[in-house]
Design a protein around this ligand. Structure first.
Ligand code: SER
Length: 316
């Protein structure tokens, strides 16, 4: 039975990924690691280690001792927070990646998953059905760090044979744990407010279309990519992944079908500029072709599931 390490396990993706990996591989095989002292309640049933990915010595020592075959490196600052702390975001998003890539190069890890993002694209990228290979001139610190990371992943694969796999996640929508610091977070917040007060003020304009995906699809994509035979993983920078593209207005209308009194207002802030620089929709035919990717959730199914499951008492 192989061991798996998920770094950044307390985050929006990490929480659900650990739960799913534990279902598949056994609770004790999947070690959750996060910078927080205490393990989140959702992950308490299995092994947990406090780990700061910038503490290179600890990460090296732990991985050499535990010898996890697969490492998922999810610790990062997202787009909006990274704009507030550019130097720290660059440091966190890049140094952790090098530590893990080097450990794999030295033979201590067999397979790495590292997330990229739609943020690698920029205002000069074709916005609609953004192709896998296209102009990439990101204007955010987060996007610059993800694009640089993608280039390093491909470099370590070509040069040293490191088996690193990656997805350019769209905005991810989930109810188990809250997102933090992203530009796409409105599409999660809205459900909590819809249920709590029936009103929401969006920090993006009504017509800001962005690519999004329901978390269950994103987790399945991640695991399918990691399980795919090596030779099918032809792209070693990062795979485009589509899902559902919608605007705040589309989402509000879909919520109104279930909560007719729901009202939305628009008060765009600095995150609008970030959203304006990202694609409206994504072409993910390479993922479909190479490892058989197929999404399940459309807007209606996602909205129904979210409204059924969000717990508005989690809103502070
Ligand atoms: N959801 C992320 C963000 O908004 C995009 O990768 O920053």
């Amino acid at each position: 039975m192989k061991k798996i390490l998920v770094i950044g396990a307390g985050g929006q993706i990490g929480t659900e990924l650990v739960l799913e990996l534990r279902k598949r591989h056994g609770v004790n095989q999947v070690i959750a690691a996060d910078v927080k002292e205490e393990c989140t309640d959702a992950l308490k049933d299995g092994p947990y280690v406090k780990m700061d990915v910038l503490d290179k010595e600890h990460v090296q020592e732990f991985i050499k001792k535990e010898q996890p075959e697969d490492v998922y490196l999810l610790a990062a600052l997202l787009s909006a927070t990274a704009e507030k702390h550019p130097e720290f975001a660059w440091k966190l998003n890049m140094e952790g990646l090098f530590t893990i890539l080097d450990l794999a190069k030295e033979g201590h890890i067999k397979k790495i998953f590292w997330p990229s993002s739609i943020a690698v694209f920029g205002p000069t990228t074709p916005r609609v059905q953004t192709p896998q290979y296209t102009i990439m001139e990101p204007t955010t610190v987060y996007g610059i760090s993800k694009l640089a990371g993608e280039r390093w992943c491909e470099y370590y694969f070509n040069k040293f044979g490191v088996d690193v796999r990656s997805i350019r996640y769209p905005g991810l929508i989930s109810y188990t744990s809250l997102p933090g610091g992203g530009t796409t977070d409105y599409a999660v917040d809205i459900f909590y407010h819809a249920k709590k007060s029936g009103e929401y003020t969006s920090f993006l304009t009504n017509d800001s279309a962005l690519p999004m995906m329901y978390m269950e699809d994103a987790i399945r994509a991640t695991i399918e990519l990691m399980d795919a035979p090596k030779e099918q993983v032809k792209i070693r920078s990062s795979y485009n992944l589509a899902g559902i593209s919608f605007t705040p207005e589309d989402l509000a209308l879909a919520i109104k079908e279930i909560i007719p009194i729901f009202k939305i207002k628009y008060e765009p802030d600095f995150r609008q500029d970030i959203a304006n620089s990202w694609p409206d929709s994504i072409d993910d035919s390479a993922a479909k072709q190479d490892w058989g990717w197929k999404e399940k959730y459309d807007l209606k199914a996602m909205v129904q599931t979210m409204l059924k499951n969000v717990d508005p008492s989690k809103l502070i």
